[in-house]
Ligand binder design. Structure first.
Ligand SMILES: Nc1ncnc2c1ncn2[C@@H]1O[C@H](COP(=O)(O)OP(=O)(O)OP(=O)(O)O)[C@@H](O)[C@H]1O
Ligand SMILES: [Mg+2]
Length: 314
């Protein structure tokens, strides 16, 4: 049966791309990349600026300020989780970064200013996102979905040319997300988790170097969650990954760092243990401030699944 949940292949992650190791030093404390590069002989030109830098982000909807003064720095190799009660502004931040919501402030990735650019220009700058509802082409096969995603980065003439073999990037994405054995299966009959993996695979073949994933494990089984967490860690080791999530169990298991948002602002930032121990975070989740502000939930764990004191030993 082809619809069995099958985890992303472990141990098949591609070798780290050149420069990925150096990258983590970019926003760090004084690693001399020039010197490191000359010693190691690594051409990291493609990755050296691969970090997301958001400064003073502000988004307003008809007078309602949904996001205000948000600063966020995420480097490659850091698997960053964005959490916060319903309506905190998580999706709006992702929308602003990807050009779907008008914003002020500044957003840079890879040394490129993203704010004010059209969505396709932002995608071309190496930024990809998923939505809470997987958006794959249900009628097409897994391979065809990836092929189309790969085509998004090619010119019209190259797209018209018939392919004689599966492109390397597509082959690698199939392996990474664990769908190689399902390549000819119609995407519509994939299990829920597999569709999310396919969508992540589509970002990989588009060569997205910044991936913004909005509640990727919502609605997944426990097994699928674990497989997804491992997949995100593998991808996050080489790329810049930001995950919006509510599920604290998932967060505790897989987050390298966490940014907590509340009422459109950053409330706390640090490791899972740090933010979980922060009284302000506990207040927001457990106190009345954690109640929704008329925002809608879409299938994720309830807000009350947020940090609790009995999770302290994590
Ligand atoms: N297009 C819009 N027009 C008006 N208000 C909006 C719009 N999009 C979002 N908002 C409001 O902005 C605030 C932030 O919404 P956002 O969707 O970013 O929250 P979120 O943190 O992603 O919440 P959730 O956990 O429910 O997904 C909410 O109060 C929401 O109602
Ligand atoms: Mg949201």
């Amino acid at each position: 049966m082809t619809t069995q949940p099958t985890g992303p292949a472990s141990g098949t992650a591609p070798a780290p791309e050149a420069g990925a190791v150096l990258e983590t030093g970019v926003a760090g404390d004084g690693l001399d990349l020039e010197a490191a590069q000359s010693v190691l002989g690594v051409d990291d030109s493609r990755f050296r600026h691969d970090y997301l830098e958001v400064r003073g982000l502000r988004v307003e909807f008809d007078g309602f300020v949904a996001v205000q003064g948000v600063d966020l720095t995420v480097t490659a190799g850091d698997l960053r989780f964005l959490i916060g009660p319903n309506g905190a502004g998580k999706t709006t931040i992702v929308d602003a970064i990807t050009g779907l919501a008008a914003a002020s402030g500044s957003v840079q990735f890879g040394g490129v200013d993203l704010l004010g650019k059209k969505t396709h220009r932002i995608a071309r700058a190496g930024v990809g996102r998923t939505f809470q509802t997987a958006s794959v082409f249900e009628e097409l096969s897994v391979l065809q979905n990836l092929d189309i995603a790969a085509g998004a980065g090619r010119g019209p003439l190259a797209l018209l040319r018939r392919r004689t073999s599966t492109p390397e990037a597509v082959e690698q994405a199939l392996e990474t997300v664990g769908l190689a054995h399902l390549r000819d299966v119609q995407a519509g009959i994939l299990a829920h988790g597999q569709k999310q993996w396919l969508e992540i695979g589509m970002l990989l073949v588009q060569d997205a170097r910044l991936l913004l994933l909005d509640e990727p494990v919502a609605g997944m089984s426990q097994a699928e969650r674990e497989q997804t967490g491992e997949l995100l860690q593998r991808i996050g080791a080489q790329r810049t990954v930001v995950v919006v999530e509510h599920d604290m169990e998932f967060l505790r298991a897989f987050a390298s760092s966490v940014t907590v948002l509340h009422l459109g602002q950053v409330l706390a930032e640090g490791t899972y243990a740090e933010v979980q121990a922060d009284p302000r975070v506990q207040e927001v989740y457990l106190g009345s401030a954690g109640a929704t502000r008329g925002a809608r939930r879409r299938g994720a764990a309830p807000t009350s699944a947020a940090p609790t004191t009995d999770e302290k030993e994590a």
